[in-house]
Design a protein around this ligand. Sequence first.
Ligand code: NAD
Length: 376
Amino acid sequence: MVKIAVLKETAAGESRVAASPETVKKFIGLGARVSIEKGAGVAASVNDADYEAMGASVGDLSATIKDADIILGIQGPDPKALKGMKSGAWLVAGLDPFGQRARIDAYAKAGVEALAMEFMPRITRAQSMDILSSQSNLSGYKAVIEAASVYGRAFPMMMTAAGTVSAAKAFIMGVGVAGLQAIATARRLGAQVSATDVRSATKEQIESLGAKAIFVENVAGIEGEGAGGYATEMSDEYKAAQAELVSAHIAKQDIVITTALIPGRPAPRLVSDAQIATMKPGSVIFDLAVAQGGNVEGSKADEVVIKHGVKIIGYANTPAHLAADTSALFSRNLFNFLSAFWDKEAGRPVLPDDDEITAAIRLTKDGKVVNERLLA
Ligand code: NAD
């Protein structure tokens, strides 16, 4: 019987867990045994007893790992924690392959088959397995809620007996999954919303959410969705045109949410200190990319930085700030992935070598790093 192990996360500030009582029940329904490390779900509001009620066993780290065929995580565990693990066992988690390259080598050495969930290809079949989407969605929501909470004014227009409160103006920079949710959330709170991106396909998406699209017109951006929905580094000419456009717009904004990312590269710089200086005191900027180098000059993870009277905020790990929901979605992403490859006869998931998903997410096998993106 295949054994699935779920470890307690050890990274600082990580409060999520890679299985929910619901996914434990579903794995057991497929014929697996599930073993959970003691206390793994507590920070995400799931008690050991909730897992036990679904049929999981709960134990210490070594009992959890012993004989495990598949280890699930939010982030990659310290390779030292994997001592005593079966050779050839799978490690399925968000492994930060570019940021934690030394770890990936250590996983290979330990004989682990490491599968990086953030490398899931953007194809229709894999949509329900995509941790970047599920986590970004809630992060986009949280960024707006946090910005609203530190903003010393209200978001909606309010007519009171004592006079009118005007609506906040919110500008969303980068309209991927997080940005779209940020637009929707800011609209629900009653702000006047505008947004920008480098990919031209987002223009229609912005407008369909009732926000205003602010786009560089004189230099070509990225046609349509871009490759796999991802942006690339822009030309210097584009960057200059974008800076000019943003400068004119940002001075009138109360709330700015930046979400721009480029896979495998530091986050693009979108807001300079000079631009911040033109904003009204009391304005708030939430930099969702702060952990990837930051879109905003001067932003610091988990700190409120005040520059020119503007509050700049951003979390090192935004999804960890709504751990109950992000854990439930992350857990489902893992279940959707493993169950899609479940081989009834083998009683476990089997990844065909020639499958597009296998090729994209498999980092290590038989003691070696095998992923093209890491070898390139
Ligand atoms: P992301 O996190 O990689 O980047 C966030 C946004 O920042 C993107 O929209 C990007 O274009 C933008 N950006 C990058 N550089 C910029 C710059 N210099 N200025 C302004 N904006 C900049 O993106 P994401 O949230 O992962 O999603 C991107 C797209 O992929 C979306 O259209 C989404 O619908 C699509 N997607 C598809 C699938 C699937 O089909 N399985 C899954 C996830 C996402």
